[in-house]
Design a protein around this ligand. Sequence first.
Ligand SMILES: C[S@@+](CC[C@H](N)C(=O)[O-])C[C@H]1O[C@@H](n2cnc3c(N)ncnc32)[C@H](O)[C@@H]1O
Length: 219
Amino acid sequence: MECDDGLGDWRSYDGVADVYERAAVPQFTNLARDLVAAVTLPARSLVLDIGTGTGLVAKLLAESIEPPRLVVGVDPSVGMLARAIHDRIARVAARVPGLPSPTGVIEEVAARHGVDVAPPRPAVPSEDRLRERENLERALRGAGFDRVAVVSHTYDWTYSIDQYLERRAWGPASRYRRQRVGEQAWQAFSEAARDALHDRFETTIRTRGEAWIAVGSKP
Ligand SMILES: C[S@@+](CC[C@H](N)C(=O)[O-])C[C@H]1O[C@@H](n2cnc3c(N)ncnc32)[C@H](O)[C@@H]1O
């Protein structure tokens, strides 16, 4: 598909790596900390962070593991990986499914918000289904995990109008819409949204979000 937005293929995070780092990483840092705190790592395990993006979770993991060990960050987006720089992160441009996984080598896998564009299906409409705790637990058990523990966490976020719009711009649905409608229509839409949000909220938007943190193990 032709695209004139300078962002490249909407399916990739390559074109939104900067905005992700600026808008999403501060928003998700507390969530990532809670995820890392929930994981107990066996000694000397190799940690794999799937969908590592700009390395938010991988960096926290790398700094929390004692004694220090390497964290492998996997992501198909080279643009995102380029920002996942840390002396204890090994970056691998790859996607799941399809990673080689010799038994006993990969012992811990972390993924936050990781796999939303996985072949052979172009997009997995998982968000609504996995919002239900039972569905999430069932999906993890179906994937072979046992001792699954799912804990709900609530986060409060405060944004300026521009931060809120930026926050809404990096996800796959927005990237898809932007590419479909073209840059001019997208900018017009963003302006209209900015005005409408300003009329309704003036300067500040406060939101509350719930996230599940799920930990399980594979026998
Ligand atoms: C919302 S970002 C999350 C990044 C990071 N985990 C964080 O917490 O900030 C989702 C990431 O998953 C990656 N991703 C999408 N599909 C993937 C796949 N099939 N395998 C591995 N990573 C994938 C994207 O390239 C993107 O960097």
